[in-house]
Ligand binder design. Structure first.
Ligand SMILES: N[C@@H](CCC(=O)N[C@@H](CS)C(=O)NCC(=O)O)C(=O)O
Length: 203
């Protein structure tokens, strides 16, 4: 019996988990279950009472959420490659970088959800605030990219999934123009099989 990952092809948080699974060589042990949150699948709600994706149903029936928890769990299942530093400031810096990537995803997802509301419901002030947040977060990620080691870990994976989502859903932000170094880094990182196999798409 395999673990089950509730996911959607466009979801950046589930992409982060899927990249981790591939980099760890664990993807064959995970069955992907398409579960767009708006469809309110009872199976997803049993696995994650908040109804969000990703949620990982383990072989013994226990489930894990949200994406940082699942990523660390998968990292613990195989010794190499180690994607989260074990301890010390190095660990907290990696977790902080993951928070930066997750924040970029959250802001972008919020704008996408906001734009799906009716004209009367859309809040331009929310969109403007999140757009500014995205710009600051992109600048912070760009600054971190200068110091990233060659060997990928959770920082690379989070940044890759987040930047991919912004390019996919909010191309008008055109972060590539403002951050040419990050564009070069992303171009190279996107060549990894784990990135290619998880490219976002509409469900
Ligand atoms: N903190 C969560 C965020 C996950 C998240 O926001 N997922 C979105 C899809 S990309 C979702 O499930 N949204 C459902 C909803 O808002 O009801 C994580 O890291 O897993």
């Amino acid at each position: 019996m395999a673990m089950k990952l509730f996911f959607a092809p466009a979801s950046p948080f589930t992409r982060k988990v899927r990249i981790v699974a591939i980099e760890k060589g664990l993807h064959d042990r995970i069955e992907l279950v398409t579960a767009p949150p708006m469809k309110n699948l009872p199976e997803l709600h049993r696995a994650n009472p908040m109804g969000g994706i990703p949620a990982l149903l383990l072989e013994d029936g226990e489930s894990l959420y949200d994406s940082p928890v699942i990523c660390e769990y998968l990292d613990s299942l195989a010794e190499k490659p180690r994607l989260f530093p074990a301890s010390g400031m190095e660990r907290f810096r990696a977790l902080r970088s993951q928070a930066l990537a997750d924040g970029l995803m959250e802001f972008a997802v919020e704008i996408v959800y906001e734009r799906r509301r009716t004209d009367a419901e859309i809040s331009q002030s929310v969109i403007a605030r999140r757009t500014k947040g995205i710009e600051r977060t992109l600048a912070a990620i760009d600054a971190e990219i200068a110091d990233l080691p060659e060997t990928p870990d959770i920082r690379h994976i989070g940044f890759g999934a987040a930047l991919g989502y912004v390019s996919f859903r909010l191309p008008e932000i055109n972060w590539q123009k403002a951050h040419p170094r990050m564009k070069r880094w992303y171009g190279k990182f996107s060549e990894r099989p784990s990135m290619k196999e998880t490219e976002p798409g509409d469900s």
